[in-house]
Design a protein around this ligand. Structure first.
Ligand SMILES: [Zn+2]
Length: 196
């Protein structure tokens, strides 16, 4: 069993249970629905870094790659296909992993990956971190054509990161065949740097 919980703030099972207990206590006092969520790492072999009996208890799972970005296209495609086929709903986070100006997108057979998402309990994220802006518009269009659900996300790691929702570079608005965005698009882009 894997014991890697790097991106989830290093939360092991005990601390995770404590977090869920706290969420349930707070839920008694607030009217909005609180979700138990995590960003789970897609490991090198395509597994996720929590065991299945833990994953199935989350309300929301973002599955993302945070290491080994330089695998070749065949290996990376197999890694993604395994991760995205897991039988619980998940969001494919910052899908191609690029960092503008410093890290190119991962290599994979994207059409095959998108076709797999159609068959899976899965959506893909459009990440508004100004260093990511991932997926690119042509891949958003390809996903939309297939009817894949899109989650537009700030990738906020802090309250300040929520300002990424103001990104005037939102890739969704750059797809010609998309409806107007629900998000406000300011004239000036506010850049907020957050840790990866
Ligand atoms: Zn991430």
């Amino acid at each position: 069993m894997r014991e890697r919980f790097d991106i989830a703030g290093g939360l092991g099972i005990d601390r995770l249970r404590a977090q869920w207990d706290e969420i349930e206590r707070v839920q008694q006092r607030v009217k909005i629905k609180l979700l138990k969520g995590t960003e789970s790492d897609i490991c090198e072999d395509g597994s996720l870094d929590y065991p299945d009996h833990v994953l199935e208890k989350f309300d929301i799972i973002i599955a993302s790659i945070h290491a080994r970005h330089k695998m070749d296209s065949e290996q990376m495609t197999q890694r993604l296909l395994r991760a995205l086929k897991f039988p619980f709903f998940k969001i494919w986070g910052h899908p191609l992993g690029r960092l503008i100006g410093s890290r190119p997108p991962i290599a994979c057979r994207m059409d095959e990956v998108l076709d797999t998402i159609v068959e899976s309990k899965c959506a893909r994220e459009v990440n508004l971190d100004p260093d990511r802006l991932d997926l690119e518009p042509h891949w958003i269009r390809a996903a939309r054509t297939r009817g894949i659900k899109c989650i537009v996300s700030t990738d906020a790691h802090s309250i300040g990161g929520l300002a990424n929702s103001n990104s005037s570079l939102c890739p969704v608005t750059q797809t010609k065949d998309t409806r107007p965005s629900r998000f406000s698009i300011p004239m000036r882009r506010k850049r907020v740097r957050e840790p990866i």
